[in-house]
Design a protein around this ligand. Structure first.
Ligand code: LMR
Length: 398
């Protein structure tokens, strides 16, 4: 049976993680996988998470099934957190929220839902986009197309080209958008650009699919959901994948949600039944632990404030490292202008160098980033920034 089966290359991000772990060099620096790191390079368990977890473990009396939609209180709180109070789609009972195994689960269930509803539509994804978007959406059999988004060499958004391409999308096509902290570029649309895009989405009858994996890591929880809220109020139908891997640090607990907005409450009921069936046929039910923690934090004002404080510290540290690296690259006389690092948001930015230069950084200097030169800015620290800047400067001279 397995004689014909070919081995596959490792995943570009997870494969790099393994390479980094295997590297014995004492000064190695991991700017690869997108996880938050504190100044000592550790990915901490948030204090609010530890406190919520302790209460849950002390009071837990059963491990019985939770059901295919996950925790109702988690789903309600996530809908509020993302869409905000008094959102028209919530008021009109046009939303469906189900807990999923991480944001990846939400993207995949969303893709299956699209295929069940309209198998022939195309899904337009940004060029570049997160490397796992293509397998997650493409595995469901949907046709994917790329729209221009960002030019790594000049560090500039290709907004006019993006609009021009989406003008030719067919009515009913889906457009995948990064709600904030674009992965891998760190370059987001400004409010005016979002408005222009919303006008196009409405005029061309496109269905937005928002990926919200970094809420709170750009400007704040409310500000980072502003585009999502605005689009959700402007269009009849929308999908939204939410992840709590980064903003609650629940990476391995696989905690996410899929929110769908339907044209009517009746259609929302139909969507709910489909989504539950899709989840049942893929993984039966989502894992509980992360959602139980998140729900506890959202429901307890003291834990919520602690979360907001910790999230703000993570955001500020990443922004600080952006400024620090840009400055240190100047000191190291690295060829080029790196001020774009301080203007971008979230964990990632593209350095804008070739695959060969990325390989040199890894092989000669033990600085790890993905082959498209994506750097996780949370991997920078006051201790390693000089080493990283010198390594980049040296490679740019090659
Ligand atoms: C990343 O982009 O590095 C993270 O979202 C981790 C992953 O699963 O790829």
């Amino acid at each position: 049976m397995f004689q014909q089966l070919k081995g596959l290359d490792p995943d570009p991000i997870l494969g790099l993680m393994a390479k980094f772990r295997a590297d014995p060099h004492p000064q190695k620096v991991d700017l690869g996988v997108g996880v938050y790191r504190d100044p000592s390079g550790n990915t901490p368990v948030l204090e609010c998470v530890t406190r919520a977890e302790q209460t849950i473990l002390a009071g837990q009396t059963t491990k019985t099934y939770i059901g295919p939609a996950g925790r109702a209180e988690f789903n309600d709180a996530v809908t509020q957190l993302v869409l905000g109070p008094g959102h028209p789609a919530v008021r009109d009972r046009r939303t469906v929220t189900v807990q999923t195994p991480g944001g990846c689960g939400a993207l995949r269930v969303g893709a299956e839902l699209i295929r069940a509803a309209a198998a022939g539509v195309r899904v337009h994804v940004s060029d570049p986009t997160w490397s796992n978007h293509v397998p997650l959406l493409g595995s469901s059999g949907l046709r994917l197309e790329r729209y221009p988004y960002y030019e790594p060499a000049s560090h500039r958004l290709r907004f006019a080209e993006m609009l021009a391409q989406l003008e030719h999308a067919s009515a009913g096509d889906v457009v995948l958008l990064h709600a904030c902290c674009h992965n891998p570029t760190g370059a987001d649309l400004d409010p005016q650009q979002w408005e222009t895009l919303i006008g196009l989405v409405q005029r061309r009858n496109l269905v937005p699919f928002l990926d919200l994996a970094y809420q709170g890591l750009s400007e704040g929880l409310g500000a980072d959901a502003a585009a999502v809220r605005r689009i959700g109020a402007a269009v009849p139908e929308m999908l939204l994948a939410v992840s709590f891997s980064k903003n609650l640090g629940l990476y391995r607990e696989r905690t996410g949600a899929l929110i769908c907005i339907a044209e009517t409450a009746g259609r929302a009921d139909a969507i709910r039944s489909q989504v539950l069936q899709i989840g049942r046929s893929m993984y039966s039910m989502p894992p509980d632990h992360g959602a139980a923690i998140a729900a506890r934090i959202f429901a307890d004002p003291a834990l919520t404030s602690s979360w907001h404080r910790e999230l703000e510290q993570m955001r500020a540290r990443i922004d600080g490292m952006r400024v620090l690296l840009a400055g240190q690259l100047k000191t190291a006389r690295a060829e080029g202008d790196f001020d774009f690092l301080s203007r971008q948001h979230g964990m990632f930015s593209l350095l804008g160098v070739s695959g060969q230069q990325v390989a040199l950084l890894r092989e000669r200097h033990h600085v790890y980033m993905t082959s498209d030169s994506r750097m996780n800015m949370a991997g920078i620290s006051p201790e390693n920034v000089g080493y990283v800047a010198d390594a980049i400067a040296a490679v740019l001279r090659c």
